[in-house]
Design a protein around this ligand. Sequence first.
Ligand code: GLP
Length: 632
Amino acid sequence: MKIIDSPGKRQTQQERYEKTRTLIYPDSGLASRELAAEVGELIRLRQAKGESVVLGLATGSTPVPFYRELIRLHREEGLGFGNVTTFNLDEYYGLAPDHRESYCQFMRDQLFDHIDIPRENINIPDGTVPLDRVYDSCLAYEAKIEAAGGLDIQILGIGRTGHIGFNEPGSSKDSITRMITLDRVTRKDAAADFLGEQNVPRFAVTMGVGTILKARRLVLMAWGENKAEIVREAVEGEVTDQVSASFLQEHDNATFLIDTAAASRLTRRSYPWLVGSVSWDDAMTRRAVVWLAKKLEKPVLKVIEEEYNETGVGELLTAAGPAYQVNIGVFNQLQHTITGWPGGKPGADDSNRPERAQPHPKRVLIFSPEPHDAFVGMGGTIDRLVEQGHEVRIATQTSGNLRVSDVAAYKFASVVREMAEIIGGQGWEGQLSYANDIIGQLEDKGEFGLDPDRVRKLKGLILRGEARDAARVCGVGDEALRFLDMPFYEAGRYRRFNLTDADVSIMRDLLGDYQPHQIYLTGDVADPSSLQALCFRAFEQALPEDGWLDGCRVWLYRGKEAPLAAHEIDMAVPMSPDQLALKSQSLRKFQSINADELETPERNRETAREYDRLGMAEYEGIEAFQRWRRSK
Ligand code: GLP
């Protein structure tokens, strides 16, 4: 399908809630390849006519697969960029172009250093202009875009505040390039890049909404579940300066390119019965009835015939019979997801239980992309699995060392140094020199410097210690922990990780050795360049075609992403107040990780409240899982 130069607003019945043209792709790779092919075609077309192309570019994880594909087109298919001029959307204020987190550096790493674009054709807002000259410099940036002939295509991502560029809520439709204060959510999202929110710049220089809307063509990309809600607001909501991406609705040639996870909250995906006829299988029926009950703020069993008809779900009754029968069916479906026996209940009839009774005990393998993820997502369930006699192994896929603050490493090294000085003496020279070395390296690199290997290693070990403590709280001993330290993570940085065969083979070996009956993991709906998504991909690639896998059930938990909604849950493990307290206790062991990053058990309480409102039993908390099946 042509993405570029396609008519702006052409709609099917299905898309009728969408006010900006939106194309949904199975994954970000395919979408990015198609966009790159179209951009490449435009470049070639103009080259043939001796004309230039002006591209507006964006930073962030989102455009990375697109840039990789442009680089591939350059290397393998001879696409030249000699006639291309680029203007980037934005830059952090106060960061020099060679700062490792500056957008200048990002663009060099991700694109410019790998293609033949003339250096003088590259334009990025200057984050180092003194305050009293920022205004003039912004005007000059605008003028330069004009002088180049205006933007042919502007590539956009979207921040969770709905911003494009750095146009935070409140940016007006005609705003131009200017300095802006970054929103708290935006700074939180950048915290991992800067090793802590406190290090994230407070200001940025960004093209305005008006600057962006002047581009002849706008393409906004978004991947992963975390973007689903803001994509819905931007595409289906009102045009408002509170969501600057909503202004794309007023552009006559704008397209959203999104993956299925980012599309999950659009009406055509969430409530397909509102936009067309659907096939009423169990999953669709549950989705509709749960939606209806929530909307009416009633338990499932109290929804009546008229309410189905008045809310556009009447068709379900025609297909599946009177309301009470449909309601009971969904009530039972929900009821059957609840189990206090996540590993299966031995000796019980398991025909309506999420997990098989046999074998018992099971070999259970839990993957945690970063050391804390599994405890955030399923700490209570880990405790139950152990208590119910299963052989639980937790495999921490990455060391998570980039998460650990300098302060934690410094603290450890100072304790070692002091020990060596106070109780050491002869034989402690090695420890003393190690501690001094770490302290020296931390001081040399400064707050923003890259961690030398030795420091990274130490930070990883600190986190290992914390993971052991957390696991012990959940009843898992040291012998049951595996630290995979997958190489893609050790060699990379946030937003710039690359999965390799070595990563996949580590996973393959572990799976082959252990041959689990049950696997728990996360990352299926994460931003595709996040380490959680890469860990998930490594798992998919490592799976054998058959053999032990036939006797294994795979369960997905949610770590950072939005919790599973009631209609998506296949297994709900209830938790008592004591179990929830135990989970909090295990999470508190991750002292070197910013507390904000450890979702509190409040999410588990909310899931329990959701079940309660639907008329299920009232629990203190629920950990929720979805069954994973390999797609054919
Ligand atoms: C930053 C950038 C935006 C980008 C957004 C989303 O705020 N200024 O241009 O769209 O981040 O980033 P990501 O693509 O990493 O989700």
